[in-house]
Design a protein around this ligand. Sequence first.
Ligand code: CO
Length: 147
Amino acid sequence: MKRMFWALALTGGLFSQQAWSQCSLAIEANDQIQFNTKELHVKKSCKEVTLTLKHAGQLAANVMGHNWVLSATPDYQAIAQAGQAAGAPNYLPTGDARILASTNVIGGGQSVSIKFDASKLTVGGDYTFFCSFPGHFVLMNGKLIVE
Ligand code: CO
């Protein structure tokens, strides 16, 4: 009986760790205006997704700033343009409902984490993540796949 208890406790621990990793996303950016992936996957069952952006470069935020912004794919270029008009430091319009999630802009050597609710997204929907620093969205974009 005691052995059975420990087996269940261990299994429960593994399951919760797996659930955590599925609700946790990590992405890196560099000084070459690149993210390290073009695709991130998330489960709709994640009410609280933790997204961590790490800037692995060395350049400062005012010359090579990066953020991570999520929107529906048809909206992302317009948001990036509105962000450029909004200006430093975060290059995003405030109170824009098209922005589904966003981090602040960071510079080389910095990291930033945000939480967002994936249960509000649609399975199979078309979502793009991008950097809204002026000009970066052209190179720094990818798809968020909701499963
Ligand atoms: Co950038």
